[in-house]
Write a protein that binds this ligand. Structure first.
Ligand code: HEM
Length: 149
């Protein structure tokens, strides 16, 4: 390789390494704007309540609704997942989205119904349009790991 090309390669490698630095300090703007963990807990409570009352999809959650300990764990996992996805300090320790939903036969319509319930919860707490979009933008791509039909 000629010297010039080598230097260009080195510069690009350096830039790539530098661009990794900010991601080590996760951007927590969305997390802060949402109102941090306290607000996420409220939204998740409202969201799960809506899902439990949603006859389109609540049959999926029968086991959770019937068992308070299971429901509590599920909510805590959701809080951690949303908190982390928003750039907050939480760490989601549950299963991957693929493993968590494997074999459930979730359809695109089921997915949309659940998103509707989430939007309802976000609206109840007057979450800003931009924050709603940003959050749905992080969760949306998970659809491919969740929907099976
Ligand atoms: C963006 C959309 C979704 C997200 C972010 C999400 C997130 C999660 C999380 C974090 C868990 C817990 C995993 C664990 O405990 O290790 C979970 C489990 C589950 N999800 Fe989803 N999910 C989504 C969509 C759906 C949909 C559309 C359905 C069905 C209509 C569904 C049904 C379930 C059920 C039945 C469980 C098992 C609950 C339990 O383990 O107690 N999910 N989901």
């Amino acid at each position: 390789m000629c010297m010039r090309k080598l230097m260009t390669t080195a510069v690009f490698a350096g830039m790539a390494a530098l661009s990794l630095v900010p991601s080590a300090f996760a951007d927590d703007a969305l997390y802060k704007s949402l109102g941090q963990k306290k607000a996420i807990v409220l939204v998740v409570d409202e969201f799960v309540g809506r899902v439990a009352g949603d006859s389109r999809i609540n049959s999926f959650f029968k086991a959770d609704v019937a068992d308070p300990a299971k429901l509590k764990k599920f909510k805590a996992n959701l809080v951690d997942q949303i908190c982390e996805a928003a750039g907050g300090p939480c760490k989601y320790k549950g299963k991957s989205m693929k493993d968590a939903h494997k074999g459930m036969g979730i359809s695109g319509a089921d997915f949309n119904a659940l998103v509707e319930d989430l939007v309802g919860a976000l609206d109840k707490y007057k979450v800003k349009e931009a924050d709603k979009k940003a959050l749905l933008g992080v969760l949306g791509p998970m659809q491919k790991d969740i929907v099976e039909k």
